[in-house]
Design a protein around this ligand. Structure first.
Ligand SMILES: *[C@@H]1O[C@H](CO)[C@@H](O)[C@H](O)[C@H]1NC(C)=O
Ligand SMILES: *[C@@H]1O[C@H](CO)[C@@H](O)[C@H](O)[C@H]1NC(C)=O
Ligand SMILES: *[C@@H]1O[C@H](CO)[C@@H](O)[C@H](O)[C@H]1NC(C)=O
Ligand SMILES: *[C@@H]1O[C@H](CO)[C@@H](O)[C@H](O)[C@H]1NC(C)=O
Ligand SMILES: *[C@@H]1O[C@H](CO)[C@@H](O)[C@H](O)[C@H]1NC(C)=O
Ligand SMILES: *[C@@H]1O[C@H](CO)[C@@H](O)[C@H](O)[C@H]1NC(C)=O
Ligand SMILES: *[C@@H]1O[C@H](CO)[C@@H](O)[C@H](O)[C@H]1NC(C)=O
Ligand SMILES: *[C@@H]1O[C@H](CO)[C@@H](O)[C@H](O)[C@H]1NC(C)=O
Length: 723
């Protein structure tokens, strides 16, 4: 940047005088001021004979130039080149106005909200009857469930209503005062937004909400439950950095496999076997866990010790890790704004950790001591978080505290010399920190301590080796998985495969720890990718930043428990379903006591996502199960898709990006997207390539997407700075 700035600076300094002279001449010519000696600058403009040489010619060119500028300005090129006829400083200053003004006041498809589609409240279900005004959201706090009386963790803000206040449900007292004595009062200072929240998520008012909790759990799960208990006394939540579904596990029917294979000279079955032997070492543990056969002929180790529900088709809620975390832990939609403003705002839905907190609060100390020894359901939850990389990036430590973790561990805690397992030769494997194995002993301790305190473990771990630049520890034996053909084009992917292989065996170690602690048969382990990762092999743009490609969104999702039946399901849903599914699993397997069970059943009905252990509803009464994905860095694009159709729209949120449409049925890897700089242009293209139905959908998707963006800002109590 300095070099460029210097070059431009020197060049303009050298040419300034010349340009000044030229412009004076032109302007003089234009205004017909002959031999203008009045302005001091003209005096410097060289010998008058030289000037006169230009005089008539320059008058001509000035006129031509002005005419052209005016003409170009009148017929400005379309977005994104519309700034090209502007003068530099003005274009830069005007950059702000390039953001599209998006405010959608009411749901754009009112025909779907007809009274005939209304559903009455029933049992724990809150009903569905959206109105066009937002009174139902503002007054939501007044509808307090019986269990919500008394102090609540802060994230249950909607029910922490000042009893003095009127039926508007608006609290004007400091939130800290209201939240009860033993809460994390320090969160009260996080009020950098526009005062207390007045607009809450109300499930019966969400025009896009579809529930499937009225349907029975999946048949095989019911069968298994009839056969044996499936106790979930502990939960381990593993968050896979850049976790791609096609690498959990790698399979022979994937595009990636074919891409690797093409780089080899394959002459015989033996060559194929050799290749398969090599590739089978990348993700053998993922293969065991998911029970999805890789096809490498080594699947003997898919054993019956493992059970669980593995998904195809699940998309990440955001391609920015931190926003994706919010979706996974809290079952909500992140703020479609660049960067992590969410760090300062209480999430608009309680996160899993807040719910565990609530469970703890609701068990009186006496019932706990009396019943805890025999019944695990009476025990307190301990919420822990561990990663081997820095917590400083994007203020992650702050976010994790806000999300309700009782205790967290980052690289900052392990690379001080008096850390418990500090040792010489600790080696950073990327610019964020260490390999996961460095936190292994700490995780062991966390498990041990939690168990010895007779508590229930809620442990979350974020893997990190699979982050760019995909370094692995020195002593790790790296392989070349791609063959010799075009090797240089596959270096990055090869590094990524090595990192995946490293993490795969680390996951094995992690599961081994549960085995050693004796809790493997009573622990639900959830594996989910925080987002995917696009490589050269997938699309022209690498990485997640401002890249809408589907490879950044296809993530593995596995609910693993040795006693769960093995299921492999195809659901075109999103990570927003994880929280309701965990609650549903806890209730369905009777892993909560009676009081907690009632709370969990109520709460399940408070979230946007459907439960993945029941048949998924792709659409209901004309409304579709939308999948929104906030694209890294947050505020520039939104991925809009739906379980009801194979189509996907990339919706730009400012004028710098293109509209982009793909059909995942015809083109599952998005090799040939339709793109345009305006919705009109895109619609025309979609019409000719995909037909009228696709156009109807894409127009609808744009409206719903923009509404979703506006709605998230309201729910997050966020106001655009310019407004
Ligand atoms: C400019 O053109 C006019 C005729 O159009 C001529 O009389 C005059 O001498 C020219 N001036 C110069 C400086 O060449
Ligand atoms: C409650 O609200 C109603 C109307 O919204 C108003 O008439 C009444 O005075 C309010 N009561 C209190 C105690 O503020
Ligand atoms: C809350 O509102 C009431 C009535 O509008 C007002 O009297 C009171 O001072 C407010 N409290 C705070 C803390 O602002
Ligand atoms: C939060 O709000 C309180 C009262 O509304 C105010 O005194 C305090 O300064 C605010 N804190 C921050 C960090 O803005
Ligand atoms: C202890 O558990 C038993 C059943 O497991 C229950 O009947 C009893 O009410 C519990 N005690 C308390 C104090 O909650
Ligand atoms: C964690 O839990 C313990 C007891 O359960 C409590 O004393 C402590 O304050 C909690 N820490 C945080 C940061 O919430
Ligand atoms: C925790 O570790 C200690 C020492 O290593 C061991 O004695 C104890 O049995 C462990 N406790 C549990 C619950 O695993
Ligand atoms: C999920 O989407 C893909 C691509 O559109 C489609 O082929 C598949 O049938 C869908 N699966 C389900 C269960 O709807």
């Amino acid at each position: 940047m300095l070099a460029a700035a210097t070059t431009i600076g020197v060049a303009s300094w050298l040419s300034a005088q010349g340009i000044w002279n030229l412009m004076s001449r032109w302007l003089c010519a234009l205004l017909n001021i002959k031999g203008d000696t009045k302005t001091p600058h003209a005096q410097q403009s060289g010998p008058s004979d030289l000037r006169s040489l230009y005089y008539n010619r320059s008058r001509f060119w000035t006129l031509v130039g002005s005419g052209m500028t005016l003409g170009l300005w009148l017929i400005r090129p379309t977005i994104p080149y519309n700034h090209m006829t502007g003068a530099l400083p003005f274009v830069l200053l005007g950059e702000h106005s390039r953001a599209r003004r998006i405010t959608v006041d009411s749901f754009p498809l009112p025909e779907l909200l007809a009274a005939e589609f209304y559903e009455p409240a029933k049992g724990h279900y809150k009903g569905w009857a959206p109105t066009m005004d937002d009174a139902g959201n503002r007054g939501y706090g007044n509808d307090k469930p019986a269990w919500a009386q008394g102090p609540l963790p802060l994230a249950f803000e909607r029910w922490i209503v000042n009893p003095e206040a009127n039926m508007t449900g608006i609290t004007n007292t400091s939130r800290t005062e209201l939240s009860g004595s033993d809460d994390k009062g320090d969160l009260g200072h996080r009020n950098k937004t526009t005062g207390p929240r007045q607009y809450f998520y109300n499930p019966s008012q969400d025009p896009t909400r579809i529930t499937n909790l009225d349907l029975d759990p999946l048949g095989p799960l019911q069968e298994a439950l009839k056969d044996h208990a499936i106790p979930i006394n502990h939960i381990v939540f593993v968050f896979l950095e850049s976790g791609r579904k096609d690498l959990f596990p790698l399979k022979t029917d994937s595009r990636l496999y074919n891409q690797i294979r093409e780089t080899y000279d394959i002459y015989s079955d033996e060559d194929v076997e050799d290749l398969h032997d090599k590739l089978s070492t990348i993700t053998p543990f993922a293969e065991m866990l998911t029970g999805e056969e890789s096809g490498f002929g080594q699947s003997g180790h898919i054993n019956s010790e493992f059970g669980g529900i593995s998904f195809d088709g699940i998309l990440s809620g955001s391609s920015l890790s931190a926003k994706s975390r919010l979706v996974n832990y809290c079952g909500l939609g992140p703020l479609p704004v660049d960067f992590m403003h969410e760090n300062d705002i209480i999430p608009y839905q309680p996160c899993l950790m807040h719910i565990m907190d609530l469970f703890n609060q609701r068990k009186s100390a006496s019932s706990r001591s009396e019943n805890s020894t025999n019944d695990p359901r009476e025990r307190e939850w301990q919420t822990l978080y561990a990663q081997s990389v820095t917590g400083g990036f994007q203020d992650q430590t702050e976010l994790m505290e806000l999300l309700g973790f009782n205790q967290s561990l980052y690289s900052e805690d392990i690379d001080i010399t008096n850390a418990k397992y500090y040792h010489d030769g600790m080696e950073k494997i990327n610019y964020f920190g260490y390999a996961e194995t460095e936190v292994g002993p700490y995780i062991k301790d966390m498990i041990n301590e939690t168990l010895s305190q007779n508590k229930r473990l809620f442990l979350s771990h974020f893997t990190s080796t699979t982050h760019h630049p995909w370094g692995t520890p020195e002593d790790y034996h790296r392989q070349k998985y791609f063959g010799h053909k075009h090797r240089s084009q596959h270096e990055a992917m090869d590094d990524f495969l090595n990192a995946n292989s490293f993490v795969d065996s680390w996951l094995g170690e992690l599961m081994e720890m549960l085995q050693e602690a004796g809790i493997a048969d009573e622990t639900l382990t959830v594996f989910v990718g925080d987002h995917g990762q696009a490589f050269r092999e997938d699309c022209p743009v690498t990485g997640t930043y401002q890249n809408p490609h589907i490879s950044n969104f296809r993530v593995p999702l596995l609910f693993h428990h040795p006693l769960l039946p093995r299921l492999h399901l195809d659901v075109n849903g999103s990570a927003i379903s994880i929280l309701p599914t965990i609650l549903d699993l806890l209730v369905t397997t009777s892993s909560l006591n009676e009081a907690d069970s009632i709370i969990a059943q109520d709460l399940m009905n408070e979230y946007e996502g459907q439960s993945l252990i029941r048949p998924y509803r792709a659409s209901h009464n004309g409304r579709e199960a939308w999948n929104m994905g906030v694209i890294n860095a947050g505020g520039t694009m939104l991925s809009v898709g739906s379980a009801a159709v194979p189509w996907r729209l990339n919706l730009p949120l400012n004028n710098d990006f293109e509209y982009r449409f793909t059909d995942l049925e015809r083109d599952p890897f998005e090799l040939d997207p339709a793109t345009a700089w305006s919705m009109g242009g895109l619609a025309a293209d979609v019409y000719s390539k995909f037909g009228p139905e696709a156009v109807d959908w894409v127009l609808k998707a744009e409206k719903v997407g923009l509404w979703w963006v506006t709605e998230r800002k309201k729910l997050w109590n966020y106001e655009d700075e310019e407004e």
